[in-house]
Ligand binder design. Sequence first.
Ligand SMILES: OC[C@@H]1[C@@H](O)[C@H](O)[C@@H](O)c2nc(-c3ccccc3)cn21
Length: 601
Amino acid sequence: SSCVYKNRDAPVEARVKDLLSRMTLPEKIGQMTLIERSVASEAVIRDFSIGSVLNAAGSWPFEDAKSSNWADMIDGFQRSALESRLGIPIIYGIDAVHGNNDVYGATIFPHNIGLGATRDADLVKRIGAATALEVRASGAHWAFAPCVAVVKDPRWGRCYESYGEVAQIVSEMTTLVSGLQGEPSKEHTNGYPFLAGRKNVVACAKHFVGDGGTNKAINEGNTILRYEDLERKHIAPYKKCISQGVSTVMASYSSWNGDKLHSHYFLLTEVLKQKLGFKGYIVSDWEGLDRLSDPPGSNYRNCVKIAINAGIDMVMVPFKYEQFINDLIDLVESGEVLMARVDDAVERILRVKFVAGLFEFPLTDRSLLPTVGCKEHRELAREAVRKSLVLLKNGKYGEFLPLNCNAERILVVGTHADDLGYQCGGWTKTMYGQSGRITDGTTLLDAIKAAVGDETEVIYEKNPSEETLASGYRFSYAIVAVGESPYTETMGDNSELTIPFNGSEIITAVAEKIPTLVVLFSGRPMVLEPQVLEKAEALVAAWLPGTEGQGIADVIFGDYEFRGKLPATWFKRVDQLPLDIESNGYLPLFPLGFGLNRDSV
Ligand SMILES: OC[C@@H]1[C@@H](O)[C@H](O)[C@@H](O)c2nc(-c3ccccc3)cn21
């Protein structure tokens, strides 16, 4: 066609330049606007030239909607965008942080803390590739992953979203970017966005920067560090993401030395864009601009001014898009925000859209639907569960595990033995997660029943009854599954870290009567009472494994060996926190990297 930007054979930078030159100011600002699906009508997308749409976790087309329903919804949005004057496609973003977790039937992988325990970068890459297929099958083009937070203190509500406590572990696991986006060639220009093709999704390294290092682990709090420590501890993983061609970065709600990241010119522009050479686009977090003022959202025009001038390119408004657009138009017309800044933002957004092939392939490839929750992906998730398990105790002489799968009678108890929602944790179906059979999957109890012999009797009691415990001698052994209920973000900030639902008491009551294996489902290390450590024969940290509970049975019954290593220090008491492996006061219960296997004594 005559327009360079519509010519798929033209160089990306020529297409960007041509299209930008044709855009009005409102159209440019429309591209910088990311709105929630509930306000994304056909007219709004078309007439405002909206750049991007997302769904809040828990905002579905309808409850238990399948990937095909999601694809219908997103393709509907896309057709509206193609009706706009210049026909610029939207990029649809979703929080696929451990599989395509908003969508019913998707494979749910272990949360990042468990993947950090695997220390297996290739596994994480394969998880990225599988996740990309399931995300594209649902019509989305962009995943708000990986979270590359380095979690300094497990009291942080987002500990489970981090691959671990030190930059080296997190940097290793950034291979998720290559899995999600595909792998660039060695000649790829460092910092330039990359996407291999229609089976891949645009990735988003988040939350830039220092989200996991806040004082007292307060979510959205303040990270107090000298620059060289911020760079070494928190910026380092972003360098690895950028070297893999990560196409987007999400700004952090948190602050550095008292200054909010969403308004931080030095870190967003001088460091990320200039020093590190990042050429994709920076997206704000949800209402990230609103949180620049107190009360949040007040003086919004000023919030827009300081965030855009600091280097934010796309704004996850996500509801009051007219106010955002009008304020930014006004700011440009008054000269408080330069057109050059808007052009830089729009160039970056268009660059990613051209690289992502959205102009050539704006609609969902329905041939991908059979990949959703497919056996191959569930086997991959099962492998990840196996490799994530950390063995903290194994009898007095390293002999309790593996369990005998032909025992006469075994007891299974606890709040987490038969609860798929608890296994998956937060960011699953809804933002905060749920209890119960929330999707297709295998609970620990399902897996135990499938693993034991036909002659073995499995007795399950969520709460062990008195009479059962009184006749404890009848059981060869007990498996006690306890842990945390799902949480997300600030609601997960916790300074006690004791096992909820009287977990310690249940463990002790059972272990006093029956040789017991404890399986702890949690997003982080938790307080292990002395009598728990003393009385339980064996103790396994299972983190938040997701839908494939058979990975746990595979290991505790001995089909596979334990190989997980702690991605975060296991403290003795919370009053020790934060424990820093680099400091000499480091006296943990189990150190970073600890993990027994069958051969350990
Ligand atoms: O879901 C989009 C993004 C997600 O990608 C970010 O990692 C996360 O910080 C986040 N918090 C909210 C969010 C926070 C409070 C109320 C409603 C939504 C939304 N989001």
